[in-house]
Design a protein around this ligand. Sequence first.
Ligand code: NDP
Length: 250
Amino acid sequence: MGTFDGKVAVVTGGSRGIGAAVAKRLAVDGASVVVNYARSAAAAGEVVAEITAVGGRAVAVKTDVSNPEELDGLFRETEAAFGATIDILVNNAGIYLTGMVDEFSSEDFERTFAVNVRSVFEVTKRAVPRMASGGRIINLGSIVGERVIGPGLSAYGASKFAVHGLTRGFARDLAGRGITVNTVAPGPIDTEMNPADPKINPAADFMRGLVPTGRYGRAEEVAAAVAFLASPDAAFINGTELTIDGGITA
Ligand code: NDP
């Protein structure tokens, strides 16, 4: 028996990085998983293939979550694959655009907020009517949503502060319906967004230097925290941030 047998999970941005690790972890623990993606069809297909190869259930659904007009399609396809109820929503899709305030474009600011913030609101708004008591919502925040750790992070940081704020507001809104809402706030995690290899990421050594444990985190370590918050053991944890940063913010 898996922790999530019979449950349906929707993971936005499930094609790569942390979202892919979350999708696989929830599926291994028994959930039927919707692997949402915007562009990376092949990568989303690989996540689904890995899940089904070990007897799990998953479908890939292409939706740009920053575009509210596409969101009804995400829920239509979820229902067609796994039925009308959603048990676990992981708002993971995100982008990381950086630059000094006087060089950062207004378009990039808008885009950052459309993907990282508005999608969390718009996806959650549509998921909640499909969730019952016991439902779980987990949002991907960041330690940069708590403390801006370096220059060039104002828009991204502000978007993650906003995610932490939405989590707390949603938790207040939904507690009476038995749905919990929490944030996981990772430090540097080795993905295409933030590679640990200094040859492809000039900021990697700076980031690693901030971590008392001296290494980047792994996407699977974030997925484990998401799985815990989605589990019945976390029923009394609500409206808070679980930091996964090797001690950076200690
Ligand atoms: P990646 O860039 O590796 O993956 C991002 C995922 O989001 C991809 O699956 C991508 O799919 C999807 N995505 C992006 N835009 C959209 C969109 N408009 N609609 C649907 N899906 C979209 O990032 P990570 O895995 O590193 O990050 C995941 C989350 O964790 C983000 O919210 C990020 O801010 C947060 N985070 C990451 C940290 C890190 O160090 N890596 C640290 C702290 C927080 P596609 O390719 O199909 O567009």
